[in-house]
Write a protein that binds this ligand. Structure first.
Ligand code: HEC
Ligand code: HEC
Ligand code: HEC
Ligand code: HEC
Ligand code: HEC
Ligand code: HEC
Ligand code: HEC
Ligand code: HEC
Ligand code: HEC
Ligand code: HEC
Length: 321
């Protein structure tokens, strides 16, 4: 907890009205006859207790929160300044025995001394459900990030929730992914068609690597439905994890492949065991036709993600048409 200046107790009793504000709109109504109510709320029900000092004159825009869903006075669930920042009695009325005005009860950003978990709890009090269900166990929480590391609360523009600007916010920390999406084969992320949040839930996930769905394959299927099948013959690595063969962010090899056939395939399939030794062992020393053929595993095994050709059992097994 933040250190509080001594001798503050008596003052805090006087600020009882401030504490009552914690409850938001309703509590505010109860203090209608109090001193602060002489001032009008500006953007949120009960904000006068803060906006008597924090107004348009601020270097950083504060009242522009009125243009966001949090600043909708008609929405009873939207809360008020103190729902996020805490009642802040010593901040509202600086105790006479301290030189510097104490921070509000809950402060955000770099200058804050509020423990990170408390800052996030202030938001999670209203937002724990749904997409934030796994926040606490996620890697961003583990890395001591706060909601405001990504979100801009006081401004109408929240770049992380705008498809056009979201990748830039993520790239500011994830430099490796910035490099990958610039490779020749990539998801159209730069082009704005696919964004990070299509595959990742930055708040936390039941799956690996913050996957938006419970697994990698389920996440990929949301757009590449045809790869789900159902197939009569499935290829084991495909049903297991698409990233065994693909780099989802980018690659210099076509089709986002991690390596080129035959190497891609020969990580698992012995070249020497192929029927008729077609994908024979002499590669790369030998550059004859035999090898040219062998490199093109996909020339023959065209249905690498699975097949349901019912005509020929042999064909089904080997992912040909
Ligand atoms: C009596 C005037 C006054 C009132 C009332 C007031 N503040 Fe402040 N607040 C200030 C001043 C002055 C600063 C700048 C302090 C500084 O820069 O050291 C400030 C700074 C802040 C900061 C930034 C702190 C930081 O570390 O950067 C936040 C957040 C804040 N106030 C929130 C609130 C909230 C929420 C309320 C209502 C519960 C409120 N204030 C009520 C005067 C006030
Ligand atoms: C939904 C939560 C929320 C509400 C409601 C809210 N704030 Fe904030 N406030 C934040 C966060 C988070 C920050 C950190 C900067 C940011 O992300 O925009 C912040 C920053 C501030 C700052 C510091 C700005 C700076 O960077 O110097 C002040 C002052 C402030 N808030 C005052 C208020 C006042 C006054 C109200 C009521 C009108 C209010 N806040 C309502 C979450 C909130
Ligand atoms: C008192 C409850 C409350 C608190 C506390 C609160 N929010 Fe909200 N928030 C809402 C409501 C209500 C909405 C309107 C949309 C909705 O119903 O989800 C909203 C909307 C949002 C949105 C979507 C905005 C949009 O344009 O659609 C974001 C992002 C958000 N909140 C983040 C935060 C963060 C970050 C904090 C903490 C700094 C926070 N909220 C604290 C109630 C709250
Ligand atoms: C790593 C960046 C990041 C962090 C940290 C983060 N968010 Fe988000 N948040 C996003 C992105 C991206 C979206 C848009 C998701 C989408 O478009 O599907 C979003 C959307 C939201 C929304 C509105 C849409 C919805 O899912 O209801 C709310 C509310 C929200 N975040 C709350 C929070 C809260 C509360 C925290 C802290 C516990 C938090 N966020 C931390 C990136 C972040
Ligand atoms: C098409 C789906 C998809 C998109 C879009 C996507 N990712 Fe990923 N991301 C994945 C998958 C799958 C993994 C896990 C496998 C891997 O690391 O290759 C992953 C892993 C990661 C990792 C962890 C890497 C590691 O080595 O542990 C980070 C960080 C990441 N992504 C960031 C981003 C950012 C930032 C964006 C947006 C620019 C983004 N991703 C867009 C699918 C995607
Ligand atoms: C302020 C820095 C920061 C921002 C902004 C940020 N991240 Fe992260 N992210 C981290 C850190 C730190 C980790 C912890 C793992 C690590 O060492 O990379 C992480 C981990 C991840 C992982 C790997 C999860 C795992 O299980 O290994 C993914 C995926 C990811 N972030 C996606 C995103 C996406 C998508 C965005 C934008 C919406 C984003 N991040 C924004 C700092 C950030
Ligand atoms: C939000 C939708 C979406 C999701 C989710 C998605 N993709 Fe894609 N994918 C696309 C789009 C759009 C293209 C580009 C199609 C085009 O250019 O015709 C694409 C293209 C590809 C390509 C071909 C790239 C090339 O160079 O031609 C591969 C391979 C691919 N995706 C694999 C994956 C994998 C693996 C996953 C899961 C980690 C995944 N996709 C998740 C939308 C998605
Ligand atoms: C065993 C390696 C392997 C795995 C695992 C794999 N792929 Fe592929 N994928 C390939 C190869 C090789 C290509 C090149 C296309 C071709 O020439 O047939 C490809 C091409 C693609 C393409 C672009 C061309 C097309 O067929 O639409 C998409 C999209 C794609 N894969 C999605 C996925 C998804 C989604 C998964 C997981 C469900 C997945 N892949 C798993 C090897 C694999
Ligand atoms: C991560 C390992 C892995 C990679 C990479 C891989 N496969 Fe497979 N493949 C398997 C497994 C496991 C089976 C199932 C073997 C079985 O059922 O006996 C299989 C089955 C097959 C079969 C059918 C064999 C049979 O007897 O039913 C063919 C054909 C095949 N793979 C071709 C390829 C090609 C072509 C590539 C490269 C594009 C490739 N595989 C990449 C693991 C892999
Ligand atoms: C000229 C066409 C052709 C090429 C090129 C080719 N294959 Fe095959 N593959 C076949 C045929 C035909 C079968 C056998 C079908 C059957 O027995 O029903 C087969 C069978 C397989 C099998 C099943 C088990 C086995 O070994 O017989 C695997 C695994 C396989 N191929 C992998 C590969 C890989 C990896 C490559 C590239 C290095 C490759 N193939 C290149 C046509 C080809």
């Amino acid at each position: 907890m933040r250190k509080k200046p001594s001798g503050i107790r008596k003052w805090m009793l006087a600020a009882l009205a401030g504490a009552a504000l914690l409850g938001g709109a309703q509590a505010w109504a109860a203090t209608e006859s109090g001193e602060a109510s002489k001032r009008k709320d500006v953007v949120q029900v009960g904000d006068a207790v803060c906006t008597r000092c924090h107004d348009e004159g601020e270097a950083k825009p504060i009242l522009s929160i009125g243009k966001t869903p949090h600043g909708t006075m008609a929405d009873k669930k939207a809360g008020t300044c103190t729902s996020c920042h805490g009642a802040s009695p010593t901040h509202i009325n600086k105790p006479s025995d301290v030189t510097e005005r104490p921070e509000p009860g809950i402060n955000f950003g770099k200058s804050s001394s509020t423990p990170i978990a408390e800052r996030n709890q202030a938001c999670l009090n209203c937002h724990q459900g749904g997409a934030r269900m796994h926040w606490q166990s996620g890697p961003h929480a583990a890395a001591d990030m706060e909601c405001a590391s990504c979100h801009r609360i006081h401004s109408q523009e929240d770049p992380v929730r705008d498809r056009a600007t979201q990748p830039e916010v993520c790239f500011s920390c994830h430099k490796e992914q910035r490099a990958l999406v610039n490779r020749q084969s990539h998801h159209p992320i730069k082009e704005g068609t696919v964004i990070c949040a299509d595959c990742h839930n930055p708040h936390g996930s039941a799956g690996p690597k913050l996957m938006a769905r419970d697994s990698v394959v389920q996440t990929c299927y949301t757009c590449h439905m045809e790869k789900r099948g159902p197939f009569i013959r499935t290829h084991q690595p495909v049903t297991e994890d698409c990233t065994i063969c693909h780099n989802p962010h980018g690659s210099n090899i076509d089709n986002l492949l991690k390596s080129r056939p035959p190497f891609l395939c020969q990580q698992c399939h012995e070249p020497s065991t192929h029927q008729g030794n077609i994908a024979s062992t002499t590669f790369p020393a030998n550059t004859t036709n035999n090898n040219t053929l062998a490199r093109g595993c996909l020339n023959c095994h065209t249905q690498i993600h699975g097949t349901n050709n019912p005509l020929n059992v042999g064909n089904e097994r080997t992912f040909r048409r």
